[in-house]
Design a protein around this ligand. Structure first.
Ligand code: HEM
Length: 247
């Protein structure tokens, strides 16, 4: 289910970015204020309110107790992702690529950042978490192998226990499967120790990336609040300045 969601959301995100980049080739200054343009804008704004409803259901205890027995938080979360990607797509169509005012440009930029940060938080973060889990399991096995290889080395005759003259080169070659000391307990210990070091390095890198993804998720929440303020101002300005209804 999550896999299908990921494919759909990635596809729509790609379309969203190409649609946004369309401003390089196309501009329709009157579209946003027309009847059809406004319909796109209203539909996009309504969809973008679904994440706000999700947040309220998630965080306001009485709403949570009232609504979640009928619609689970999991379903709300999925609905927020779909509405949060299709809403901005409709909003981009609504703009007609007319990016003139500071408010309009900021609103569009914040909206795209909200989508990107949500995407990072939902897919990259869980990908990193899974990678760390898998690699920790591999590391556990590799450390066990290292212990046994070390035991075998200690029990081997002294003439086969000599360390390579250039240990770094030997370890590097061993990691590529090109050990100079083919077989032998020393070669085995060197190769496994190298794999352990590689895995530890990979886990640290994934942990760093995971922390970076978590920052994006926090940013997602802050930016979405800013988005609602800007959206409110934009709607207010639209009503205040008057809508042009020309189909
Ligand atoms: C206009 C678009 C969007 C808005 C306004 C929005 C808004 C929000 C809000 C307000 C929250 C906080 C919920 C809470 O913890 O109280 C949230 C959480 C989150 N959003 Fe979005 N979102 C949007 C689109 C997306 C998209 C497209 C994705 C993924 C592809 C996404 C992924 C997430 C994730 C992973 C969380 C945190 C975990 C969770 O509470 O579900 N969001 N979003």
């Amino acid at each position: 289910m999550k896999e299908r969601e990921r494919i759909v959301v990635t596809g729509v995100l790609t379309v969203l970015f190409f649609a946004w980049l369309g401003f390089l080739f196309h501009r329709s200054p009157r579209f946003a204020g027309s009847g059809v343009g406004a319909a796109f804008g209203i539909a996009g704004a309504v969809l973008m309110l679904v994440p706000l409803a999700y947040m309220l259901v998630k965080r306001v205890p009485f709403l949570n107790a009232w609504i979640t027995p009928h619609v689970s938080l999991q379903s709300w979360q999925t609905a927020h992702v779909y509405a949060g990607i299709f809403g901005p797509l409709l909003a981009i169509v609504h703009t007609g690529h007319k990016f003139n005012s500071v408010l309009g440009i900021t609103l569009t930029a914040v909206m795209l950042l909200v989508v990107v940060s949500g995407f990072i938080g939902r897919y990259l973060l869980s990908f990193e978490t899974q990678e760390i889990k898998d690699k920790l399991l591999l590391l556990q096995t590799a450390r066990g192998d290292l212990d046994s290889a070390w035991g075998a080395l200690e029990n081997s005759p002294p003439e086969v226990r000599t360390l390579p003259k250039a240990p770094l080169l030997a370890a590097g070659l061993a990691s590529l499967g090109l050990g100079i000391q083919s077989g032998g307990p020393v070669g085995e210990v060197t190769a496994i120790a190298e794999s352990v070091a590689d895995l530890e390095y990979a886990i640290r890198t994934h942990e760093l990336f995971k922390r970076w993804c978590s920052v994006w998720l926090k940013l997602h929440l802050v930016l979405s609040m800013l988005l609602y303020v800007l959206l409110g101002l934009h709607i207010w300005a639209g009503i205040h300045l008057g809508l042009r209804w020309s189909l």
